[in-house]
Design a protein around this ligand. Structure first.
Ligand SMILES: CCOCCOc1ccc(-c2cn(C[C@@H]3NC[C@@H](O)[C@H]3O)nn2)cc1
Length: 448
């Protein structure tokens, strides 16, 4: 057996997001988000699932906090539903909506858990979508007003903030590939959305400096690793192009104040222009205090002439898959983290999401034996440990997710939680992985 030991200063956490767990979609003054509309549109989500009730956390947050307390984590990462706190998208705050999050923040603090708030985890108010959504540059101002209101409401108690979760998913997966809300298939729309998300991020960071001067703020891009299928230059270049879409496109503007020219040209060749205004990149490249990284999977990448926008095809390393059919590639996690450190320097990194989909149910013994999830976490935490030993400044690890929840277009069938949720009764059942994670957090180590 080998002991994987972590430094005591590493923070441990668990994560969720508003539309995926809250439910109460039409309660407490909340109005529709783009995910309400998208999930209620037939054909968009498996089994016709939607977030009307989700995990019922709007009514069960106290129980959720008890699970977190007994888990022993330092941090709970959750997101605010913009349309719950500002139902019209702009203008008046909804007192009931603000009260829900004030109660949640207080419950966390009373139980010794530090809140980490994500401002935008994909649930844009539908009212704003009807005015063009993120394609409309004005939405960056609406986001700034929303962020300022949240900074003023919660900045006294909440010191860790993330602006945008997985901007690649919120722009290209949602507006070019059409797989997430609003389900558009326009490359121009996706390029506009990606720029406006980054601009909104930069505006919020600027304002945060005044409103929460003792806080730390960042954003949470997702990255998948592509390893060249062969040493052929065409495969190496194909992997670089494929990763650029999630990595350089969303990180160069923030850390270097530029977009990668290769992609600007490639998008232009496909009639999608990058529409910026003077001063945008100065706003976007506001210094941030930390970066969240969401990592799940990776694969081999091989040049393919007709391989889509980036002329790359993804080939799984081997047959190991999770139950959402994503390859298991913990070495890719290590390579992602060391690559980011070499490219972008010593920005402190929180792993804001890492976890696995395994769809185990509750057995006759009343337990959930998700050994595969424990194995996935062991492999990826081992890779994380190696990256830390290689000098990558990782300051926190936040598992996705605390609860089984609404996994977007996959619905409730795909379970990422360390706690099982019965979506009829909302009963929570701690999985074997919950107890393994609890022990790892307590001892800052595990055996493998
Ligand atoms: C190129 C073609 O690709 C087709 C599918 O493409 C993707 C990519 C990525 C995802 C994806 C899902 N998740 C998990 C969530 N992260 C945030 C949190 O809310 C979790 O629920 N991360 N990435 C889905 C689909």
């Amino acid at each position: 057996m080998t002991t994987i030991q972590f430094p005591d200063k590493l923070k441990w956490g668990a994560a969720t997001a508003s539309y995926q767990i809250e439910g109460a979609a039409k309660e407490g003054g909340r109005t529709a988000s783009i995910w309400d509309v998208f999930s209620h549109t037939p054909g968009n989500v498996k089994n016709g699932d939607h977030g009307d009730h989700a995990c019922n956390s709007y009514h069960m947050y106290k129980e959720d906090v008890q699970h977190l307390k007994e888990l022993g984590v330092d941090l709970y990462r959750f997101s605010i539903s913009w349309s719950r706190v500002i139902p019209d998208g702009t203008g008046e705050l909804n007192p009931e909506g603000v009260e829900y999050y004030r109660n949640l923040v207080q419950e966390l603090i009373d139980n010794g858990i530090e809140p980490m708030i994500t401002l935008y985890h994909w649930d844009l108010p539908q009212v704003l979508q009807e005015k063009g959504g993120w394609e409309n540059r004005e939405t960056t101002e609406a986001f700034l007003a929303y962020a300022n209101a949240m900074f003023q409401e919660f900045g006294g108690q909440v010191k860790k903030w993330l602006t945008i979760n997985e901007p690649w998913c919120a722009s290209f997966l949602s507006n070019y590939l059409g797989i997430h809300a609003p389900g558009k298939t326009s490359l121009q729309a996706a390029v506009d959305v990606s720029h406006h998300l980054l601009l909104a991020h930069g505006k919020a960071v600027q304002s945060f400096r005044d409103l929460v001067p003792d806080g730390e703020i960042g954003y949470a891009p997702n990255v998948g690793w592509l390893e060249p299928y062969s040493p052929n230059q065409e495969d190496i270049d194909a992997c670089k192009r494929g990763m650029m879409w999630q990595k350089e496109w969303f990180m160069d503007p923030v850390f270097k104040g530029t977009y990668p020219e290769t992609l600007v040209k490639l998008f232009a060749e496909h009639d999608a222009t990058l529409n910026m205004e003077e001063g945008d990149l100065e706003i976007i490249s506001q210094p941030i205090d930390m970066m969240g990284i969401n990592y799940y999977t990776g694969s081999l990448g091989r040049y393919k002439e007709d391989g889509g926008l980036f002329q790359v095809e993804e080939i799984a390393l081997d047959e190991r898959r999770t139950d959402i059919d994503w390859p298991i590639y913990s070495e890719g996690f290590y390579k992602t983290l060391t690559d980011l450190h070499q490219t972008y320097g010593d920005v402190p990194i929180y792993i804001t999401e890492n976890g696995a989909c395994y769809n185990h149910g509750v057995e006759e013994d009343g337990k959930v034996h998700d050994k595969e999830r424990v194995d996935y976490l062991k492999q990826h935490l081992t890779a994380l440990n190696r990256a830390m030993e290689a000098g990558v400044p990782i300051v926190g690890y936040i598992v996705w997710s605390l609860l089984d929840n609404f996994e977007w277009a996959e619905g409730y069938e795909k379970r990422f939680g360390i706690i099982h949720v019965n979506f009829e009764t909302f009963e929570r059942t701690r999985k074997d992985s919950y107890y393994w994670y609890k022990d790892t957090v307590k001892n800052h180590k595990f055996e493998r």
